[in-house]
Every structure is written in structure tokens, then in C-alpha cells.
Design a protein around this ligand. Structure first.
Ligand SMILES: NC(=O)c1ccc[n+]([C@@H]2O[C@H](COP(=O)([O-])OP(=O)(O)OC[C@H]3O[C@@H](n4cnc5c(N)ncnc54)[C@H](O)[C@@H]3O)[C@@H](O)[C@H]2O)c1
Length: 479
């Protein structure tokens, strides 16, 4: 494919060189003349393992060249990768200035390309032949004129692929309108648009390019996604074709998690050190647990956590750290984060304006009657305290069967439980204007009505949440 790469920084330079190495015909574009000249001299503008040799090779082969001329690059390519920087503003917000500017420039060049194509088609219609004025209009001005005019003449739809990291919504709400305005056409119809985030790590980015952890394609339409797929043909790793905002969000999920992992490991290491424990020995065993630790366990958004262990153990670990003068901001904010999540459920109830509330589920997780530190008990307590008329059903919880610490816990936290517990799902449904669903108990799922009466607040992402989402009165905490 003929590819233009906008921005020859770490990402653009590596992408351009590697795509050229895969056999594509690549033209790099940068506003920085020094970077353009370096590439054209066969030298890398960034320091990276293997990039120097690769650039020398692909430039010598004629597979990669660079320019400062946007128009030339657009005319000479059928797909453009946008790799410009998206730094932080002083207040932490994302700077989209470079993205906006390059999108406008590309849009304007694409408008010219389309005009040239239409002129080419007109001259073709009249039987004047493709060597006529229509094609030379585009071809005459550019070094890659033959290729550009060829694309224009053949009517190949140009695809713009954003690789820069940007917040969900940036592409569809900011960049696509800009592109459409300048092109004078519709994205997804006249031009292809996709978001294809970058997962390379500086230092090993050439290796990572050829062996990526995954390929994510946020596609505006199927054809845009197909173009991106074609670019990376034969590269290993799973491919995920998703809506554009999902692709944008995935990059943030990855980076936030990576930062969190490192912060967690370092805080834990600092606590271990203070307690005279070898943190690497601890982590060796921690990492060996592929069921609960290094696994998908606990990574699906849902309701708050609770139970007799997690809150208690986090509290004592943080306390031990504080006693040893070890600052652990991540660990000490886990419980507040959990409380904030519980508060979101309370707010969803408040927003309905209803007073009669049903709650399905009460124990701290399915299949147990353990109520100690159950987030649903906490939720019930909050709602009861705010004067809501509450009815609760949990098939596993019967007051008469509760014993020992479990019974004591409920008696102190929710002394009115006996009046609030309902024997059946129907009793709760008859009472409630709004139902909080905190369980996936099949008896509850089977009985939950559709259509908004009662309204449903889904705390567990119900199996039919996708359908319910379109219904009135449904709101999901984990959407
Ligand atoms: N560096 C990484 O390892 C990495 C990894 C994944 C994703 N990302 C993301 O990729 C994007 C690029 O990152 P980077 O580190 O390569 O940035 P960078 O700052 O190294 O490079 C950006 C380049 O874009 C050029 N540029 C700016 N405006 C331009 C325009 N209008 N036309 C042409 N070129 C223009 C700049 O001159 C610069 O050379 C960012 O959104 C970043 O968050 C970076």
C-alpha cells in the first residue's frame, strides 16, 4: 500500500520504517525540517534499538522517504497514519492542537485530491483518456505525481488512521467534523476513518511493532477497518475490531493499568522492606498465581467489593505502612475508591426521584449468606438512613438462619433488617418503584420486568443488559 505517516517522532518514525520494511511504499511527513532531512539521509531522528539500520535500509531501497509537504504526501498515498504528539496541557488535559492542525491540513489536501479525481473521472467519461488535463492537474505538481494522480484517477478512497493517543470522543466529536468540513465530504462514505492505537514501548519499539501484544482497530465503517488490517497483514497477535471510542479508551485502560501495576508493586515493596520481608520473594509467589492474581479475575466493572477479608486486610496493611512511616497513596485509596463506587449507586437511586426501593441481593457475594462488610448491606443502610422505603430479597439470606459474627454484624449495621426482608422476588417487585439488582440469581433475572416499571438499576451488568439498555427506566452502574 502507499502510506503517508504524519509525525516522525518515536511512534511515527518507527511505524514508517517498519511499514516500509514490510513492503509498503511510505512517505513520512513532519513539520520539523531536521527530522525530514535526517530520514531522507537514511538516518533515524530518534534513538531506538534497530531503528538506525532499518531506516538506512528502507531509505536506500526507496521504500521510505520524507517530506514537509502535506499535499505531496496525500497525493502519493491511499492511507495516512497520524502519529503527532498529544501532550498534557498544564492542567492535565489532553492537548489536541497538533491533531487538529494536521487533520485540517490533511482535509484540505484530500479536498484537492478528490477534485483531481472527479476531474479525472470526467475526462474519462468523455473518452478523452487519462493522460488528459484531469490527471495532470494533480500529477504535475508533485514528485510522486504519477502515484498521486493514479490514485485520484482510479477513485481509491483515502483512509485516515489516527495512531496518536486521544481520549474517547476525540475522533468522532472533534477530528471527524474537522476532516469532513475541509474535505467537503462524509467520513465513512467519501473518506475512511479509523483509530489504531499504538502499543509500542520505547526502547524495544521495532521489536514490538513486528510482534505486537495485539492490534486494535476502531473502525468508522468496515472498509476503513479492512484498510488498516491490510496494512498489518501477516503480523502476529490478536486483532480486535471495535467502535472508534472503544479503541480510544483501550489505550487509556492499558496505560492506566500499567501505571497502577508499577505503583502497586513499588508500594508493596516499600511496605515489605519496612517489615523486613523480601518483596521479590513475595511477588514471585504472587505472580505464580494465575487464577486470582495474574488473570482476568476481578477486572470486570461491576459493584463495590466487600466481605470479611478484603476491607479488613487492606485496612491493616495501610495501618502497618503508616506506622512504619511508609507512604502508600495507592493502597490507602483503595477503600475510599470502593466507597465512592458505592456512592454512585446511591446517587443513581436519588436521581430516579422514587421513594419505594427494592434491593435484590444482600450477601457480600453470590452463593453465600455472609453479610459481614457486604457492600449491599452498606448500600441498604445508606438508603434506609436516607428514608427510602426499602424491601430486600436475597434467597440465601434468612434472618432466622443467621448465626454468630454474621448475625451480630447485621444487628449492629442494619437492625431493621427483619422488617425489610421480603420472602419472594414478587413481593419486592410489587413494592418497588425502582429496583437495585445486585445479584445474578436466576430467579431474580427471570422475574425482572422490562419496560420501566419498576425502573431498574443494574449493579452487576445483567446478562441481558445490552437489550435492556435501550429500554426506558434502565440504568447500569457498569456501563
Ligand atoms: N512514545 C511512545 O512510546 C508512544 C507509545 C504509544 C503511543 N504514543 C502516542 O503517540 C503519539 C505520538 O507520540 P510520539 O512519542 O511519537 O510523539 P513525538 O513528540 O516524539 O513526535 C510527534 C511528531 O509530530 C510532529 N508534528 C507535529 N505536528 C505535525 C503536523 N501538523 N504535521 C506533521 N508532523 C507534525 C512533531 O514535529 C514530532 O516530530 C502521542 O499521542 C503519544 O501519546 C506514544
Amino acid at each position: 500500500m502507499r502510506v503517508s505517516v504524519f509525525g516522525l517522532g518515536y511512534v511515527g518514525c518507527v511505524s514508517a520504517a517498519c511499514l516500509a520494511g514490510m513492503g509498503h511504499e511510505v512517505i513520512g511527513v513532519d513539520v520539523n525540517r531536521v527530522k525530514v532531512d535526517l530520514v531522507n539521509d537514511g538516518r533515524a531522528p530518534v534513538v531506538e534499538e534497530r531503528i538506525g539500520e532499518l531506516i538506512a535500509e528502507v531509505v536506500a531501497d526507496g521504500a521510505l522517504r520524507a517530506t514537509g509537504d502535506v499535499r505531496e504526501a496525500i497525493m502519493g498515498s491511499e492511507v495516512s497514519l497520524i502519529c503527532v504528539g498529544t501532550p498534557s496541557e498544564p492542567n492535565g488535559s489532553l492537548c489536541t492542537t497538533y491533531l487538529e492542525r494536521v487533520t485540517e491540513e490533511i482535509g484540505a489536501a484530500l479536498a484537492e485530491k478528490q477534485a483531481a479525481r472527479q476531474a479525472g473521472e470526467r475526462s474519462g467519461d468523455t473518452g478523452a483518456g487519462n493522460t488528459g488535463a484531469g490527471n495532470t492537474g494533480a500529477a504535475g505538481d508533485t514528485e510522486a505525481g504519477g502515484a498521486g494522480a493514479g490514485d485520484a484517477g482510479r477513485g481509491v478512497r483515502h483512509t485516515v488512521v489516527f495512531r496518536s493517543t486521544m481520549l474517547p470522543g476525540t475522533c468522532l466529536n472533534l477530528l471527524v467534523p474537522l476532516l469532513e468540513k475541509h474535505v467537503g465530504g462524509l467520513a465513512g462514505v467519501d473518506i475512511g476513518v479509523a483509530v489504531n492505537p499504538e502499543f509500542l514501548r520505547e526502547g524495544t519499539s521495532v521489536r514490538d511493532f513486528f510482534d505486537p501484544p495485539k492490534t486494535v482497530i476502531g473502525e468508522l465503517d468496515r472498509a476503513s477497518g479492512d484498510t488498516v488490517l491490510e496494512l498489518y497483514e501477516d503480523l502476529p497477535g490478536e486483532v480486535f475490531r471495535v467502535p472508534v471510542p472503544t479503541a480510544e479508551a483501550i489505550k487509556y485502560a492499558d496505560n492506566a493499568f500499567h501505571g497502577l501495576k508499577i505503583g502497586f508493586a513499588n508500594e508493596l515493596g516499600a511496605v515489605c522492606r519496612a517489615l523486613g520481608v523480601d518483596s521479590h520473594q513475595v511477588m514471585d509467589v504472587f505472580l505464580a498465581d494465575r487464577k486470582l492474581n495474574i488473570s482476568p479475575a476481578y477486572l470486570r466493572p461491576g459493584f463495590a467489593f466487600g466481605g470479611s477479608c478484603l476491607p479488613k486486610d487492606l485496612r491493616s496493611l495501610v495501618h502497618a505502612a503508616q506506622r512504619a512511616d511508609v507512604s502508600v497513596p495507592i493502597l490507602s485509596h483503595v477503600l475510599p475508591s470502593n466507597s465512592a463506587h458505592l456512592e454512585r449507586a446511591v446517587e443513581l437511586v436519588e436521581r430516579t426521584g422514587s421513594r419505594r426501593v427494592g434491593l435484590f441481593g444482600l450477601s457480600f457475594k453470590p452463593g453465600t449468606d455472609d453479610l459481614r462488610e457486604s457492600p449491599l448491606v452498606e448500600l441498604a443502610e445508606r438508603l434506609f438512613g436516607k428514608g427510602y422505603e426499602l424491601r430486600i430479597h436475597d434467597a440465601n439470606v434468612s434472618l432466622s438462619r443467621l448465626l454468630g459474627a454474621n448475625r451480630e454484624y447485621v444487628e449492629t449495621r442494619l437492625p431493621h433488617l427483619a422488617q425489610l426482608l421480603a420472602d419472594s422476588v414478587e413481593e419486592v417487585l410489587d413494592h418497588a418503584e425502582v429496583c437495585l439488582v445486585g445479584t445474578r440469581d436466576p430467579a431474580v433475572l427471570g422475574a425482572l420486568p422490562h419496560g420501566g416499571t419498576p425502573a431498574i438499576i443494574d449493579l452487576v451488568r445483567l446478562p441481558d443488559a445490552e437489550t435492556r439498555r435501550a429500554e426506558p427506566g434502565y440504568v447500569g452502574l457498569a456501563w
